[in-house]
Structure formats: C-alpha cells, structure tokens
Design a protein around this ligand. Structure first.
Ligand code: SAH
Ligand code: SF4
Ligand code: F3S
Length: 484
C-alpha cells in the first residue's frame, strides 16, 4: 500500500453530493473537518466516515475553526506518523477555548493502537474510534455531546462496510478507491498493521463490481482496488479461511485473479489498478489476467523491503531474494512493459553492511520505476520489538536510506526517460500543477504525462507523443483522441 502520510489532505465535500436538507435541518447543519494521514486505505475509510456522517446531516468544511466535529484519521506505521498527529492536535487546543462545544475525535490506526490511553495522553481528545467501529459513530458522537468521553476500538472479523457507498470527498472525479479486503494476517515482524487493522477479511465480489459499475456510470474512469495484500483476496461465501475450505467450496470461491477480471469487464473504458501486491502470494494467474485486459493497468507495486534473504527471514516476509527476483522475471515475461514500484526499509534489526549491499544490488537488478523508502522505526508490540534488538544506530539507518534514495533517483530517471519517443494512452486527470495551459494524466505504467490543453478535458483518453521528460514526468503533445 502506498504510504502517503506526508501528503495529508483536507477532505472537501464534492459538488453534486448536496446534503439531504431534511437531515440538515434536523441536525442544525453541523460541520465536520476530517483530515487523513497514512495509506490509501485510510483515505478510503475517510470516505466511509464522510458517508456515515453525511446521513447524520453533517457537511464537511476545510476550515477546522468552523467545525463542530474535528476528526483526524490517523496512521501508526512509523513513530513519525504518530508524532505528526500529536503535533496537529496542539492546533486544536485554541479552538476548544473559544468553542467549547467542538468535539475532537481520533480515528484509525493510532486510535486502535492506543485505545483509552489516548484519552489520558491527549486531554483534548473526546472520541477514540478504531477502523472497524465507524458504524457506531452517530452513537459515539451523542455520548461525547453529552459530555462523556466516547471510545469504540472493537475489531471485527466481518466488517467490510460493503453496503456503505463512500462519499468521494477530495476526488478529481476521474479516479476512485474501492476497498476489497480489510486487515492483514501476515505478521511481518516490523509491522503494526495486523494490530491496528485486525484479521484479514474479503469483501463480497458483487458489492465490489457494483461499486465499480456505479462509479463508471457517474463518470469515473479509473478504480484502484485496495487491500494490504490484494493477492490473498478470497471470497468463499462469507468469511471462511482458505485453510478450512472443502474442495467444493474452493472451486466456488472467487480469488483475486477472478475478481480483477470481473472488475475489468465492467467496461473497457474503466481503468483498473490495485495495491498492494505481495511477492509471496502473487500468482502467474493474476499476471495473465493483467496481460489479457488492456484496461488493467500495466503497473505493479511489489514491496520487497530488503534484498537480503537473511533479513527477509527476520522480517517474516515469507519469501527469499531468489523468489522475489523470480516474481519480477515472471512480470517481465508475462507483462512486457510493466511499471514496477516497491517499498524498502533500511536498518532493520541486525542488518549488516553486506545485507544493505544486497538491497542495493537487488535494486540494480530490477531498476524500479518508483520506490517508497523508509528508515526502520520500531513499533510497540510487533514481533520485531519483542524478539530483536533495534540495534542499528540512527545515523547508519539514515546513511543507508540516503544511499538507497540516491540510487533509486537514477533508476526513476532512467525509467522515465525510456518513455521519450513513445506514443502512449493517457487518461486525463485535470489541469497540470505547473501550468494552467497544460493537462496532466497518467499512462498505464502510472507515470505522469503532461501536454498542452487544446480542447481536451478530464476523464478523456488521449494518445500522446512523448517528446521529452523531467526525472519523473513525461512531456508531449496529443497525437489523437482515443475514445469519443
Ligand atoms: N501491506 C503492505 C505495506 C503496508 S505499510 C505490504 O505488505 O507491502 C507500507 C510500508 O511501510 C511497508 O511496505 C514498509 O516498507 C513500511 N513500513 C512498515 N512498517 C514499518 C516500520 N516499522 N518501519 C519503517 N517502515 C515500515
Ligand atoms: Fe504489514 Fe506485512 Fe501485512 Fe503489509 S503484509 S500490512 S507489511 S504485516
Ligand atoms: Fe495504513 Fe498507517 Fe494504518 S499505513 S493501515 S494508516 S498504520
């Protein structure tokens, strides 16, 4: 999953999703300020929260000083992610002074990790709500409005919010997220997610396909299927685990390759992306489905974490360096021209200089299009915290991270430059950040492509001749409109 906690966004209410005035009157038009941190799953959850509160008559505001409810949807993945939230909470202290009725709620992974401890540590917080408890928000808000602290951090084995239509806040109207699984059963030793998100569960395929269909009818042209490990998606009629399935149940169940195909069939004009793939579970069957459909984007985010088998074992990732490289070879064989990105951690417990060099050499072998890179941050209760010493000094973690980042920069530039001279299909997402005369979109491989606006508009597919590039962006001219 693309970790994104540097880019917090303020969720805005999209036009065209006007609030139900009846409920507005009933609730006196209360305002919600909702800010999200962390991965795409959290942003997707915020759309569920907005939908639940929308029904209660809340409208969203981008100004927390106007808000009756201030919610932070939080991330625990690294210590830094948590520090940012704590800092942000300080900003709300003064609001409470001039508007004592305003409520501050902490949602998501940090809420789940810290539970009632949050209330002791941060006095300003009125509500603590874990990721599986959002249906309970109206009741919790009532409790908090009555002057009591409100907490629900119960994790569920079933909750997928399948029947809740997310309010697409902050969306460009072209791309949307669809959650297909929640939780994670993998227990990578460095990772807090299994503790904050609970057991893995898959969402009913018909509800996923219906959501994609509705989005398409509303004008969306791209969906991203989300899960911590999309390859372990399995629907077998309700919560049954793979290990306990009979032969017949197994035959009747829907796996990720089949789900991907079903979503791809919604329309050839709907692009399908997905995140995150797991090297231990990604099958050739999935790769063949990606190759078979033009509208499934030729882009795979395949986190490696380390290039050393010894470190991967300690990380409990379930694959070796060789296995990972075999999966890369399978991608290159079955889907030529596939964009590949990754996540890398430097300075994990016991990582030697030799191990670090193996990460650099694996990067050389793959030459990723893009990577998210992090220094290891020990998280409470994880296997690594309990079993290993966090023994790599901070300056060594940072130096190794710098080496990884520097190498990746050359690979990203190399991969981007490969696009120059090519003609490629681009889905237009909107005006380019740098110039109002340019439009911006992405090619199938997920690289940003910009070109002169002419009479084109967002949501259209165009064929672009790429003439030049920066390190991460392709620049060209439209050669033709692909689809009327
Ligand atoms: N489910 C995804 C990852 C989710 S977390 C997967 O299996 O790949 C996103 C990324 O954060 C991870 O891939 C990892 O690179 C990084 N990460 C997770 N825990 C971390 C920690 N304790 N310290 C540093 N980085 C971490
Ligand atoms: Fe964390 Fe591993 Fe699960 Fe990803 S697969 S969320 S890294 S435990
Ligand atoms: Fe995502 Fe952060 Fe939670 S990466 S699952 S929001 S710990």
């Amino acid at each position: 999953m693309e970790e994104n906690n540097r880019n917090k966004i303020i969720l805005e209410h999209r036009q065209g999703e006007a609030l139900n005035t009846e409920s507005l009157n009933v609730n006196g038009g209360k305002k919600l300020f909702l800010e999200s941190y962390g991965c795409q799953m959290n942003f997707s959850d915020s759309e569920i929260v907005a939908s639940i509160l929308n029904k209660e008559g809340y409208s969203t505001t981008t100004n927390f000083e106007d808000a009756d409810l201030i919610f932070l949807n939080t991330c625990s993945i690294r210590e830094n992610a948590e520090n940012k939230v704590r800092q942000r909470l300080q900003d709300f202290k003064k609001i409470k002074k001039h508007k004592p009725s305003a409520l501050v709620g902490v949602l998501g992974c940090m809420a789940e990790r810290l539970k009632t401890k949050f209330l002791e540590e941060e006095k300003i917080v009125d509500l603590v709500v874990g990721p599986d408890a959002y249906r309970d928000l109206p009741q919790l808000i009532e409790v908090a409005e009555g002057g009591q602290k409100a907490v629900n951090v119960i994790l569920s084995k079933e909750e997928t919010y399948a029947d809740i239509t997310p309010v697409r806040v902050g969306s460009n109207g072209v791309s949307a997220f669809i959650s297909i699984t929640r939780g994670c059963d993998n227990m990578c030793s460095f990772c807090v997610v299994p503790f904050t998100r609970g057991r893995e569960r898959s969402r009913k395929p018909v509800s996923i396909v219906a959501e994609a269909q509705n989005l398409f009818e509303e004008g969306y042209r791209e969906v991203t299927l989300l899960g911590q490990n999309v390859d372990s998606y399995l629907w077998s009629g309700g919560g049954l685990k793979k290990e306990v399935l009979t032969e017949e149940q197994r035959r009747n169940s829907v796996n990720f390759a089949q789900l991907l195909e079903q979503v791809a069939l919604v329309s050839p004009l709907l692009r399908v992306r997905f995140s995150t793939s797991h090297p231990k579970d990604m099958t050739d069957e999935v790769l063949k489905v990606i190759a078979k459909y033009d509208n499934i984007c030729k882009y795979i985010h395949l986190p490696v974490q380390s290039g050393s088998t010894r470190v991967l074992e300690r990380m409990n990732r379930g694959y070796s360096r060789e296995w990972y490289l075999d999966r890369i070879a399978a991608i290159r064989r079955i889907i030529p021209n596939c964009g590949i990105s990754t996540d890398i951690i430097t300075g994990f417990c016991g990582e030697t200089e030799e191990d670090h060099k193996e990460t650099l050499s694996l990067m050389e072998a793959v030459k990723y299009d893009f990577a998210y890179m992090f220094a290891y941050s020990e998280r409470p209760k994880t296997l690594a915290e309990r079993k290993f010493e966090d023994d790599i000094p901070e300056e060594i973690k940072k130096r190794r991270l710098t080496e990884v980042v520097t190498l990746q920069r050359t690979h990203s530039a190399y991969r981007t430059s490969e696009g120059v001279g090519q003609t490629m299909e681009v889905l237009i997402e909107g005006i380019s950040k740098k110039s109002n005369d340019m439009l911006s979109g992405r090619n199938s491989q997920n690289t940003v492509v910009v070109f002169p606006k002419e009479n084109f508009s967002k949501g259209e597919y165009v064929s672009v001749n790429v003439e030049r590039c920066t390190t991460s962006t392709l620049i060209g001219k439209v050669h033709g409109k692909n689809v009327e």
